[in-house]
Design a protein around this ligand. Structure first.
Ligand SMILES: NC(=O)c1ccc[n+]([C@@H]2O[C@H](COP(=O)([O-])OP(=O)(O)OC[C@H]3O[C@@H](n4cnc5c(N)ncnc54)[C@H](O)[C@@H]3O)[C@@H](O)[C@H]2O)c1
Length: 340
């Protein structure tokens, strides 16, 4: 049986990935420091759904990480643990650096020294491309669109913006370089907005889930800016299918970075999501408006050509289906939102 070590396995993407791999004949070693609010709930749920071995550990602790990798010898390391909010990175940039940059470095070093055949999948981010102020944008009634491109390709120059952008960007570049210099098998998935079940979205991270949860529970939603900001969004089940394809093709894609998101066919502005929620739930969201936040991008949509060509991957769950699935899940798990 093949072994996968998943860091951040009590988080949103982690818990979905751990269940998926455990239920598909993988031995799963689930690692998390349980720092994220809601992580304990996710872990309890994980233990009910699948057989996994859980290790409470912190990726900043290089000795523990080395010991875990040396003892368990994973075939695949899916690295999802992170400080995930841009806003928090501005409040505490040192901690953000230690978790995202140093934590990833600790994992890469552990496999370099103790399990160099391990395939390392790094959950990177579209934030590595920065604000892209040179990309002309057109404003319409409900959303922004790019004037001259459909989406952003991996050839776009890197421009780390915000401490989160810098720490994740450093991790992204270390992954590529460890393939180049040490011949490790690594891949970077520069993920756009991911959404789906078990996402305990909050105002500053996980906006699709946050708007859905807040709408259904009548909680106030603040729109920063004019609400026309657009993102390509990807359902977590499609992302996990991408992780699987990367593992299948690990010999051919090492040292590469792929943009992974909903792509040009799965985009949504804040206003469009609110309209969709109104239609699907018959609830009027409780809205207030505020100024743009520093660093807010009017639009990000990734191009998926490289992933289609090299991984044979593209999203299968469209926005309409994905948002409906999310609404159903929130309605069926009201107990998770008692803290609201
Ligand atoms: N969700 C998205 O839209 C999105 C988009 C782009 C990139 N990503 C990346 O995907 C990965 C997973 O994101 P997510 O949405 O599941 O986030 P999440 O916050 O739900 O999960 C992250 C998990 O990491 C754990 N963690 C944090 N610091 C840790 C540490 N020092 N040691 C061990 N565990 C630690 C947390 O407890 C949490 O369970 C992250 O790397 C994130 O940057 C996510």
């Amino acid at each position: 049986m093949k072994k996968i070590l998943i860091t951040g396995s009590a988080g949103f993407i982690g818990v979905n990935s751990a269940i998926h791999f455990a239920n598909n004949s993988w031995q799963v070693i689930a690692l998390d420091n349980l720092s994220r609010p809601g992580a304990e709930d996710n872990l309890n749920w994980l233990n009910q759904q699948a057989k996994v071995e859980f290790i409470k550990a912190d990726i900043r602790d290089s000795d523990s990480i080395e010991r875990i990798v040396k003892t368990h010898q994973p075939d695949v390391l899916l690295h999802l643990a992170a400080q995930v909010a841009v806003t928090t990175s501005v409040v505490n940039p040192r901690e953000d650096f230690q978790i995202n940059a140093l934590g990833t470095f600790n994992l890469l070093e552990a496999i370099r020294q103790h399990q160099s055949d391990c395939f390392f999948i790094n959950a990177s981010t579209n934030k590595v491309y920065g604000k892209m102020e040179d990309c002309a944008v057109v404003e319409t009634e409900q959303h922004y669109t790019y004037k001259d491109i459909n989406g952003v390709s991996e050839n776009r120059e890197l421009d780390f913006h915000s401490p989160y952008g810098c720490s994740k960007g450093a991790a992204d570049q270390y992954c590529i370089d460890y393939a180049r210099i040490f011949n490790l098998k690594t891949v970077n998935l520069r993920q756009s907005c991911i959404y789906g079940q078990r996402q305990l979205g909050v105002e500053d991270q996980g906006w699709v889930a946050w708007f859905t949860i807040a709408s259904l529970f009548g909680k106030p939603i603040t729109i920063y800016g004019n609400g026309k900001q657009v993102r390509d969004i990807l359902h977590v089940d499609d992302l996990i299918r991408c992780y699987e394809l990367c593992i299948e093709k690990s010999d051919y894609i090492s040292g590469q970075a792929f943009n992974i998101g909903g792509g040009p066919e799965n985009t949504l502005s804040l206003l469009e999501l609110l309209d969709m929620l109104r239609q699907k739930t018959a609830v009027e969201p409780n809205l207030s408006w505020s100024d743009w936040r520093p660093g807010d991008q009017p639009i990000f949509i990734c191009e998926l050509d490289k992933a289609k060509q090299h991984l044979g991957w593209q999203p299968q769950i469209n926005v309409d289906q994905g948002v409906s699935k999310l609404i159903d899940w929130v309605k069926q798990h009201r107990e998770l939102f008692n803290w609201l």
